[in-house]
Write a protein that binds this ligand. Structure first.
Ligand SMILES: NC(=O)c1ccc[n+]([C@@H]2O[C@H](COP(=O)([O-])OP(=O)(O)OC[C@H]3O[C@@H](n4cnc5c(N)ncnc54)[C@H](OP(=O)(O)O)[C@@H]3O)[C@@H](O)[C@H]2O)c1
Length: 286
């Protein structure tokens, strides 16, 4: 398969899948899309994508299939459902799973696909909607080097860097480490904003100090701004971050600050799951 002739497919046009798949189109690759709720498909068709009525149809009409959906349950479903991936002819196809899921599921899927003479990369991304829109995500990849090299130009359509970190599942493990750190940072930022407010420090001033110090970061700028404006519209839902902290726990993460962070987010999940991660501040009484 020559990379210049790739026909690409995309399953999952949510907050991340929408801007990421648009970058594939912008890079000049033909793209066919599928989303469970059909109302999200129009936006991509307007940009020049074609669509498929079923996942089976999408797989059979494309060579490289991206997956960007919620969690392990959703990924298991699209592989096994009626007209799902495993009902299609998958020989020689490459599946790139950018969803944040468990390493174990990636290993299992890669083994099942290998038996059918097809290939799988776990390729979760670091970054959020803004980075997807600017094509500056970081792709964290697990799988065979020769497959990675084959599709690297596709990953680079939405990533400023694509890094092969090991075999299947290792990409997911690295991503869980990154998101555990993200959880710790979010909890930490929320706690110091809340503390500062009780001491009459304006959040604007606190963020100006932080952003001009060695602790300044893109993350701090975006989440500090959200806290100042009390804008909790989700770029990354609290539900998804809690899912990632839980996956890390299930993979054996066991350290004091990360464990406390998981406890904090899981207790907020029911009430604040659909809001952005920084909404955790509401649980602190800020
Ligand atoms: N948002 C971020 O900042 C961010 C950053 C990095 C990684 N991630 C990860 O990327 C993945 C997607 O996140 P997102 O923010 O784009 O989520 P989202 O906006 O909630 O979109 C979820 C997507 O998954 C689909 N889906 C869910 N359950 C499904 C099922 N059973 N069968 C078929 N499709 C299903 C949804 O389809 P419908 O439209 O039909 O509901 C939608 O296309 C997650 O694993 C998340 O942890 C997110």
């Amino acid at each position: 398969m020559n990379s210049e002739k790739f026909k690409t497919g995309w399953i999952g046009l949510g907050k991340m899948g929408n801007p990421m798949s648009k970058q594939i189109l912008k890079a000049g690759f033909p793209l066919r899309v599928y989303n469970r709720s059909s109302n999200k498909i129009k936006a991509l068709e307007t940009e020049g994508a074609t669509s498929a009525k079923t996942i089976k149809e999408l797989v059979e009409k494309t060579d490289v299939i991206f997956i960007m959906i919620s969690n392990d349950e959703a990924v298991t479903e699209i592989f096994n459902q009626e007209n799902g991936i495993f009902t299609a002819e998958v020989k020689d196809k490459i599946f790139i799973n950018a969803s944040t899921i468990s390493p174990d599921l990636s290993i299992q899927l890669s083994e099942e696909l290998k038996k059918k003479n097809s290939y799988y990369l776990d390729a979760p991304v670091s970054g959020s909607v803004k980075q997807a829109e600017e094509a500056t995500l970081v792709s964290i990849v697990g799988g065979e080097k020769k497959i990675f090299e084959k599709v690297k130009s596709l990953l680079e359509a939405y990533s400023k860097k694509a890094i092969l970190v090991g075999k299947n599942g290792v990409g997911n493990s690295a991503k869980l480490a990154v998101n555990t750190y993200l959880g710790i940072l979010t909890q930490g930022l929320a706690e110091i904003i809340q503390f500062s407010r009780t001491k009459n420090v304006e959040t604007e001033d606190l963020m100006e100090i932080l952003n001009n110090s060695a602790l300044g970061s893109t993350f701090g700028k975006i989440k500090g701004e959200a806290a100042i404006k009390e804008n909790y519209n989700a770029a990354f839902t609290l539900e998804h971050l809690t899912k990632d902290l839980r996956l890390a726990q299930n993979s054996g993460f066991n350290h004091p600050v990360g464990n406390a962070t998981y406890k904090s987010f899981s207790s907020a999940e029911k009430e604040l799951g659909a809001e952005d991660v920084i909404a955790i501040i509401k649980k602190l009484g800020a």
